[in-house]
Design a protein around this ligand. Structure first.
Ligand SMILES: C[S@@+](CC[C@H](N)C(=O)[O-])C[C@H]1O[C@@H](n2cnc3c(N)ncnc32)[C@H](O)[C@@H]1O
Length: 282
């Protein structure tokens, strides 16, 4: 039975801010693929694996082209990642006050500075003197697990490929502290966006893999153990911060990805954290 058909009465499960994410989601019927991926294997449609792998091959091809295109710089790829994996749209980025935690050399900050002066970054490995002069007053050197040395509050706080390393290293308390510190700098209706959260799909585990075609041997399998551990550590972190009553959060799938060198697959998710709604005083 084909349950691929969209029920037009049904509202979409996930909505995207970035029009490009929204387009890709519709064109590839990603709602179906994401929903199936989150189901236990025995509940999935029999066509799931072949459809998933067809899509993964499409992504691998898109990435190959992107990397073969010598005109695309690393900076452009990183900036694109912020918009896609952070599900950001160009309009909000112009008007929000933004803090980029673990900003690296500041490619994203540099890109939006001409449209929005209210964008700042923090990185512990950066030497401010190595940055272009216009970034000097926008980027500080420091460790986001210890202190976030800005006095103002922000509408959008981003951790792009930064806190991920803390979690992959199993440093739960440090990651929680970084989120607590970021919450103190978050405006009442602001959002903290953390990406990529990498999730495994059990379909990639060798014992579960049934799909075969001529491209199959090109791919190796995701380092399931690491991704699995980091993903369940995220669940613990979020559960504990929620029990402290200091966060509300949502995790939504953005896309599947294939590592360009090792050809490992994973599901890319975006974690959005907000202040919880204020309890009404009785
Ligand atoms: C992989 S790079 C990502 C850079 C950029 N955000 C991006 O998405 O391309 C990770 C960056 O996070 C920074 N970082 C990691 N842990 C940090 C911490 N505890 N405090 C401040 N910066 C940190 C590193 O110094 C590095 O520049």
């Amino acid at each position: 039975m084909e349950n691929f058909e969209k029920n037009i009465e049904q509202p979409p499960k996930w909505r995207y801010n970035n029009p490009e994410n929204e387009r890709r989601y519709r064109e590839n019927n990603l709602e179906w693929l994401f929903t199936q991926t989150y189901l236990p294997p025995e509940k999935r449609d029999s066509s799931y694996e072949s459809k998933l792998f067809l899509y993964l091959e499409k992504i691998a091809e898109r990435k190959r082209q992107m990397f073969d295109d010598l005109d695309t710089t690393d900076a452009e790829l990183i900036i694109q990642k912020y918009y896609t994996q952070g599900d950001l749209n160009k309009e909000e980025v112009k008007i929000k006050k933004i803090l980029d935690l673990g900003c690296g050399p500041g490619f994203f900050i540099d890109d939006i500075l001409s449209r929005n002066n209210e964008v700042y970054g923090l990185d512990d490995q950066i030497n401010i003197r190595d940055l272009s002069e216009k970034l000097h007053s926008h980027i500080k050197q420091g460790d986001f697990t210890k202190e976030i040395p800005f006095n103002e509050s922000f509408d959008l706080i981003l951790f792009s490929s930064s806190i991920e390393h803390t979690v992959l290293d199993g440093k739960k308390e440090e990651a929680k502290e970084a989120i607590r510190l970021a919450l103190k700098k978050l405006s009442p209706n602001g959002e903290i966006k953390i990406f990529p959260i990498r999730n495994y799909a059990d379909v990639f585990e060798p014992d579960n893999l049934k799909y075969e075609n001529e491209n199959r041997q090109e791919y190796t399998l995701t380092d399931i153990k690491n991704i699995k551990q980091a993903r369940s550590l995220w669940d613990e972190i979020l559960q504990e911060l929620k029990e402290e009553g200091i966060i509300d959060y949502e995790i939504k799938p953005i896309d599947f990805d294939v590592h360009t060198i090792s050809y490992e697959y994973y599901l890319v998710e975006l974690l959005t954290i907000k202040h919880p709604p204020k309890q009404l005083n009785k």
